[in-house]
Design a protein. Structure first.
Ligand code: CA
Length: 221
């Protein structure tokens, strides 16, 4: 899951980036409203965390802009305590949820999981493919009931595939979903992650689609 963080408070930015990356999300950050609309025009995101008080274009205008462009990306608003009217306007403009500053990081992460579940139509924090189970709250992965140790990128890659089990992804699409802008991923990195995931589980978990990329495989329970 790829998140765009739109926030101009330097203290919040570093804390949020650290927490979100630690929680295995791919995160990009911009600090003003105009950059936010530009980023959303050219890149796919699965969630926008949107501060309302922003330089150049305020958060509500960003939201108006994004929805008017037909982009239905989930949006979670961050607002000041006194901003009740803005929160209501934001929800009416199509925001999915809001948090009032200051908030607990754990609550933000829980609300992100709710949005993720809504998006994927799953009602629990667990993704399952036969003998493979992923717990999205604790980042634990189980293979035949045995806990296995996946690196952060491996977890993100596998989760991305499990969330869209029918879909074939190119290497470029997978790279985009798990790396940030300009992280300069080596062209063979996705193959390396896939190799490691298969080694830790089974070769059947991820299927190679020749000439295209990868898709989720089929695994017996
Ligand atoms: Ca602000």
């Amino acid at each position: 899951m790829r998140i765009l963080l739109v926030e101009d408070d330097p203290l919040l930015i570093s804390g949020l980036l650290t927490a979100l990356r630690h929680a295995h999300y791919g995160v990009e950050h911009v600090a003003d409203g105009v950059s936010a609309t530009q980023a959303l025009k050219v890149n796919h995101f699965d969630l926008v965390i949107l501060d309302l008080g922003l330089p150049r274009m305020d958060g509500l205008d960003v939201l108006r802009h994004v929805r008017a462009a037909g982009n239905d990306v989930p949006v979670l608003i961050l607002s000041a305590r006194e901003g009740t009217r803005d929160r209501i306007t934001g929800l009416d403009l199509g925001a999915d949820d809001y948090l009032v500053k200051p908030f607990e990081l754990d609550e933000l992460l829980a609300r992100i999981r709710v949005i993720e579940r809504r998006r994927s139509g799953v009602t629990v924090n667990q993704l399952q493919l036969g003998a493979l189970k992923m717990d999205l709250a604790s980042f634990a992965v189980y293979w035949h009931e045995q806990r296995i140790d996946l690196q952060r990128m491996e977890f993100m890659l596998l989760k991305h595939l499990v969330e869209s089990p029918q879909r074939v992804f190119s290497r470029a699409q997978l790279e985009e979903s798990i790396y940030g802008w300009g992280d300069g991923a080596e062209s063979n990195t996705i193959d390396v992650h896939v190799h490691h995931i298969r080694k830790k589980t089974s070769a059947d978990v991820i299927k190679t689609v020749r000439g295209v990329g990868y898709r989720l495989g089929e695994v017996e329970a």
